[in-house]
Design a protein around this ligand. Sequence first.
Ligand code: ZN
Length: 312
Amino acid sequence: MNTKDSCLGTFLSDRRCPCCDAGIGKPAVWSVPAGESFDWSSLRDSWRGFFKRNVFLTYVRCQSCGLLYAPRYFTDTSLKELYGNMPDNSVGLPHAILERTQRHYFEFLERHSDFAGNYLELGPDIGLFTQHVPCMGRTGCLWLYEPNLAVHDMLARRLAGRDVRIHAEMTDLSAIPDDSVSVCAMIHVLDHLPNAKPLLQQIRRKLRAGARVLIVTHDERSLLARALGRRWPAYCLQHSQLFNISTTERFLRECGLVVIETKRSKNYFPATYLLKHLSFAIGLRWLSMKIKGDSFVIPLRLGNIMTIARPQ
Ligand SMILES: [Zn+2]
């Protein structure tokens, strides 16, 4: 048995297309060497951050629906270990900059919803997006599902005095009454969930008629993705699948949701942060380690898509 197969059943398992359940995928992008050839401890070490050797599990394109996904991915048990006690997702970027990007997402959703009623968010992290929701003054209960226990305190503090229910997992939403949620947000969540479809179907049942769902994902068809090829940072172990505008629409339809509007998002970055990532992506790792500071901020359409959907 070679290394590639010996990891099956322990920390990796095979899966079919998470959108249409077909088993016909054509290899589309892989790291060199491919993630599948590494043992558990090497993959665990590669799990975090951009500034390690870029290793990921091979992505195939589904020949039936077009979704880009990793057919061999971490088991639920290994994911639990990998996600346990991660630093918050914002590490490495100043808060003021992150808040600006989150505000931009919020303004997009605000055009589609008045935020009256109960709110559900998956993966709120430290609440940089969530904090805007109760300020609208019409929101009921805030249901927040955040698997990273390390950020729960900060999240609760940011929303102190509000009707907040924080849960530590991402699979069972049974605590929420059916037909009770008016707004749902998932920012950089859908790419991370190997079993996203059953979860989205659960969410669909929680939504009232007329509810709105905001989804932010990377865009695997973006200029940046095409330009960087396998060096595109979103090709990583944490992303079990990656979307584009048309696969997002198809996937949501399978889950009982209809897309109302799609837009490429602006992300705000300090110029030095961009230079740091760029020099790393083109192979100048030594230079990327030397760049510091964050005085000059640039808004960029960096290959993310914002989607607003409603129940079918
Ligand atoms: Zn498919």
